[in-house]
Design a protein around this ligand. Structure first.
Ligand code: HC1
Ligand code: SF4
Length: 579
C-alpha cells in the first residue's frame, strides 16, 4: 500500500490507485466530466480531456489531472488551492464559450453535470466570446443528438465501442470541427446504432437525450374519445423511486400504480404479465428444439437465444445477418402485451382498436424504436402506440403535482396486471433465463421444482453459466449482458464452439435495470446491484413464482390462444428478423 497526504487527510491506498479515486475515497469530491470507471466491467474512460479534475502536487510545476495521476508514497496533494480553483474556472469558462447557454429549455436541465459545475464554481459570465458550433439537431425514434452541446468527454464513444462493441460513434474531423459522430456524419438511423441508449446513460450534458413523448401522452390522456391504458416494465419499479429521493434499490411498485392511475390511465397493467406469457412461448420453443435435438434432428438450431431486448435484436440483425434463424421467434413482452391488449382484451371490453391507445413505461430507449417496427402494426396502427422512459414518467408525475412519496400502495388492474415472481426478475440480467428454467424444468420433467432460485445465473459477472439436469438431460445455459459480451458468445456459436443450449442476452449493463431510459447510472455498478436486489426481493415475496402458474395466463390460453405455439399464438406473439 501507499500513504499520501490529500488536503488534511492522510490516505492509504493500494498501489495503482489514482489521485481522483483516493480523494473520493475520503469524501473529497474532485469535480470531473470525462472520467468514468465501470469497475465491474474493468473499463475506465480516461481521456483526461476535460481537465476539470486538476490538482496541485507539491514539487511539481504543472497542475496534474487527478484522474490520470497515480498516487505515490509521500505525495502531498492539494485539491482546492487558489491556483487550482482559478484553473478549473478557466477550463469551465472555455468549455462554456462554445456551449449554448439555453439551460432553461434544455432537455437535460436539472440533470446536467456541466450545469451543476457552473453552479458550483459560481460562473456568472463567459469571458471568452468564441465561435459557436452550429450543428443540426438529429432526431431518431429513440434518441436526440445535439452536437452543439457535446463537450468531447468521449464517454458515449467508450460505451458504444468498448462496452457495446457497436462502433456507431467515433471522433471525426479535427480542431474546432471535431465531433463525435457515426462514420461519414451519417444519421444514427442508418448507422449500426442499436438504440440501446447506453451513450445517453453516461452523457454528462444535453448532447444525447431521449426522444420525449410526454406531451403526446398528456394530449391522449385528455382526449375523451380514447381509452388509454398502460403497461409497466419490470425494471421501472426498481429505479423510479430514485427520481423522488428514495435510496437506490427501493421498490415502488404500488406507488407507481397509484401515480399512473392519478395521471389518468383507464387501466394500469403490467408488462410482467406478458413476461410470463413470453416464458410460455419461449420456454415451449426451447423444449421443442431440445426434444428434436435429442431425437437426432440434425437441422435443429441450438443454442436458442432470447429475443426480448430490442437493442439486442438490432445488434444481431446488423452484425450477424447469417444467424437470424437462431434467436427465439417470440416477440418481446412489450409487444406481446400490445398484441394481446388490442385483440383479446379489446374484444372482451368492446373497445374498437382505433379508440384504444397502449402506452408502455420502459427502462429502455430501444423500446421506443421497437413500437414503430412494421411487424408490430395492424393496418398501420402499432400494437404499442409509444413508449415512455422511467425518467419521462418521473417528470410527468412531478408536472402533475403528485406527491409520489406519500402515495398509497395500489395494485395493478386485472387480468393483464397479474404476474408471478418469474415475470418480475426479467428486469435483471439472468432473470429471463431463471424464469425459463423454472417453467422448462416443471413442464419437461413433470415434477415440482424443489428450489426455485437459480443463484448461478444472477449477478453482474460479464458472462454467467449454469447446468440444469432435466430427467438425466444436461441443459447448459449462458447469460451475457452488454453487447460486447453478447458478441463473444455469438462468435463462439459461429465457430461451432458454443457449449450452450440456451443463451439469454440483454444489451444493457446489468440487464434492463441499467437501461438507457432509467435514472442515469453513469456507470455506477453499486446502483445496478441495488436495483437488481429490489427485483429479487419482490420475486421472493410473490405468492406465485413460476410463469406457468399465472392464473390469467392459463385463462388466456384457455379462452383465446389454445396452447403455446398454436397458430393463433404464432400470429399474435411471434415475429421474424431482417437484415
Ligand atoms: Fe426489459 Fe422486457 S425485461 S426487455 O429488460 O423482456 O425494457 O424491465 O420490459 O419487453 O418484461 C426492458 C425491463 C422489459 C420486455 C419484459
Ligand atoms: Fe451506440 Fe447504443 Fe448509443 Fe447507439 S444508442 S450510439 S449503439 S451506445
Amino acid at each position: 500500500n501507499i500513504t499520501l497526504q490529500i488536503d488534511h487527510h492522510t490516505v492509504e491506498v493500494p498501489r495503482g490507485t489514482t489521485v481522483l479515486e483516493a480523494a473520493r475515497g475520503v469524501g473529497i469530491n474532485i469535480p470531473s466530466l470525462c472520467y468514468m470507471n465501470l469497475k465491474d466491467m474493468c473499463i475506465t474512460n480516461l481521456p483526461a480531456s476535460c481537465r476539470m479534475c486538476v490538482v496541485e502536487i507539491e514539487g511539481r510545476r504543472n497542475l496534474a489531472p487527478a484522474c490520470a495521476t497515480r498516487c505515490e508514497n509521500g505525495m502531498k496533494v492539494h485539491t482546492s488551492t487558489l491556483r487550482v480553483l482559478n484553473a478549473r474556472k478557466t477550463v469551465l469558462e472555455l468549455i462554456l464559450s462554445d456551449h449554448p447557454n439555453d439551460c432553461l429549455i434544455c432537455p437535460k436541465s436539472g440533470n446536467c453535470d456541466l450545469q451543476s459545475l457552473a453552479v458550483k464554481l459560481k460562473i456568472r459570465e463567459i469571458p471568452f466570446a468564441g465561435e459557436q458550433s452550429t450543428y443540426k439537431i438529429e432526431t431518431s425514434p429513440s434518441l436526440i443528438r445535439d452536437m452543439n452541446k457535446c463537450i468531447f468527454c468521449r464517454r458515449c464513444e467508450m460505451m458504444c465501442n468498448e462496452v457495446q462493441t457497436v462502433g456507431a460513434l467515433g471522433a471525426i474531423n479535427r480542431g474546432f470541427s471535431a465531433i463525435i459522430s457515426p462514420a461519414f456524419e451519417q444519421p444514427l438511423t442508418t448507422s449500426e446504432c442499436t438504440f440501446c441508449g447506453q451513450c445517453v446513460a453516461v452523457c454528462p450534458v444535453g448532447a444525447l437525450t431521449e426522444m420525449d413523448h410526454t406531451n403526446r401522452l398528456i394530449n391522449d390522456l385528455n382526449n375523451p374519445r380514447k381509452t388509454v391504458i398502460v403497461q409497466t416494465a419490470p425494471a421501472v419499479r426498481a429505479a423510479l423511486g430514485e427520481e423522488f429521493g428514495l435510496p437506490a434499490g427501493t421498490s415502488v411498485t404500488g406507488k407507481m400504480a397509484a401515480a399512473l392511475r392519478q395521471l389518468g390511465f383507464a387501466k394500469v397493467f403490467d408488462t410482467d404479465f406478458a413476461a410470463d406469457l413470453t416464458i410460455m412461448e419461449e420456454g415451449t420453443e426451447l423444449l421443442n428444439r431440445l426434444t428434436a435435438y435429442l431425437n437426432g434432428d440434425k437441422n435443429v438450431r441450438l443454442p436458442i437465444l432470447t429475443s426480448c431486448c430490442p437493442a439486442w435484436v438490432n445488434f444481431f440483425e446488423h452484425q450477424f445477418p447469417d444467424m437470424l434463424d437462431i434467436p427465439s421467434t417470440a416477440r418481446s413482452p412489450q409487444q406481446m402485451f400490445g398484441s394481446i391488449a388490442k385483440t383479446y382484451w379489446a374484444e372482451k371490453m368492446g373497445i374498437p382498436r382505433e379508440d384504444l391507445i397502449v402506452v408502455s413505461i420502459m427502462p429502455c430507449l430501444a423500446k421506443k424504436y421497437e413500437c414503430g417496427r412494421d411487424e408490430f402494426k395492424v393496418n398501420d396502427d402499432p400494437d404499442v402506440n409509444y413508449s415512455i422512459s422511467t425518467r419521462e414518467l418521473a417528470s410527468l408525475i412531478k408536472r402533475a403535482n403528485i406527491d409520489f412519496n406519500s402515495l398509497p400502495e395500489e395494485d395493478f388492474d386485472q387480468p393483464l396486471g397479474e404476474s408471478t415472481g418469474a415475470g418480475v426478475i426479467f428486469g435483471a440480467s439472468g432473470g429471463v433465463m431463471e424464469a425459463a428454467l423454472r417453467t422448462a424444468y416443471e413442464l419437461y420433467t413433470g415434477q415440482k421444482l424443489e428450489k426455485v432460485d437459480f443463484e448461478a445465473v444472477r449477478g453482474l459477472d460479464n458472462i454467467k453459466k449454469a447446468t440444469v439436469r432435466l430427467n438425466g438431460v444436461e441443459l447448459h445455459v449462458g447469460i451475457a449482458h452488454g453487447l460486447g459480451n453478447a458478441r463473444k458468445l455469438l462468435n463462439e456459436i459461429k465457430e461451432g464452439k458454443s457449449e450452450f443450449h440456451a443463451i439469454e442476452i440483454m444489451a444493457c449493463p446489468g440487464g434492463c435495470i441499467g437501461g438507457g431510459g432509467q435514472p442515469l447510472h453513469h456507470g455506477n455498478s453499486e446502483l445496478l446491484k441495488a436495483r437488481t436486489h429490489a427485483l429479487y426481493e419482490e420475486d421472493r415475496n410473490k405468492p406465485l413464482r413460476k410463469s406457468h402458474e399465472n392464473p390469467y395466463i392459463l385463462k388466456l390460453y384457455e379462452e383465446y390462444l389454445g396452447k403455446p405455439m398454436s397458430e393463433k399464438a404464432h400470429h399474435l406473439l411471434h415475429t421474424h428478423y431482417f437484415n
